[in-house]
Design a protein around this ligand. Sequence first.
Ligand code: GLN
Length: 244
Amino acid sequence: MELKICHLYPDVLNLYGDGGNIRCLTQRLNWRGIGVEVTKMPIGSKESLTGFDLIFIGGGQDFEQQVLLEDLHRGRDKELVAAIEDGVCVLAICGGYQMLGAYYETHDGKRCDFVGALDLWTVGAKKRMIGNYMYKVPEELGGFTVVGFENHSGQTRLGPGVKPLGQVLAGFGNNGEDGTEGAVYKNVFGTYSHGPLLPKNPDFADLLIRRALERKYGAAELTPLDDAAELLAHDEMCRRLGKR
Ligand code: GLN
C-alpha cells in the first residue's frame, strides 16, 4: 500500500509550521509500514494534479493569496475541482481553505476570485481573529476535539453545499459569529487550524489517512499507534483553553 501526497503551493502557502502536517502524515504511514511519496508543487510547476491520493494546502497571508492567483487560474483551479469531485482527500488550512471557496474579498476591498470547489466565501474584517482555539467535529467524523492556532481577518460563510467541520468550543472559527469552524465536502477538510494541526490531533491525521486508503483500496484497517505524547500536547492545550 502506498499513498501519493501532493503539497500544493509550498512556496507561498506555508505558515506557522503548516508543512509539519505532511511530516506527521508521512511518519504515521511509515510507522504502519505504508508507503508514501510526497510531491511539492510550487507556483509554475507543470506537473499534473491527477493521480494523487491526498492534497495538502497550507495557509498564507492576503499578499501570497494574490500572488498565486495567476497560476491558479492557468488550470490548477479546474484540476482541483476535478480531484475534489473525484473524492481525492484534501486538507486545506486557512488561506488554502479560503482558496477552495468562491472568493475572498480583503478588508481593503481587493477581490480574489478563487477555485469555487466549495460552497463558501470569505470577506475580510478589520479585526483579526487570533489565538489558540478549539472545536469539536460531529459524531459521523469521530466526535473528537481539535486544538489549533488561528490568525485570520477573513470571515468565512458556508453555503448549503458544505457542512461545518466542527462547532467552536473556544476561539473564533469561521467568522467569530455563527459558532462554526471549517468545512467538509466529500473528502475535503478545510480549517483555520495552523499549528501544525495534525501532530497534536492524531485522530484527525488518522481520519485523513483512513479516507485516502479507503478511496484507493476499498478498505483501511489502521494499526493503533502509541499517541501518548501527541495526546499530552492536545490535552494540555484543552486545559489552557479551560476545556479540561
Ligand atoms: N489572508 C487570510 C486572512 O487573513 C488568511 C491568513 C492565514 O492563512 N493565516 O484571512
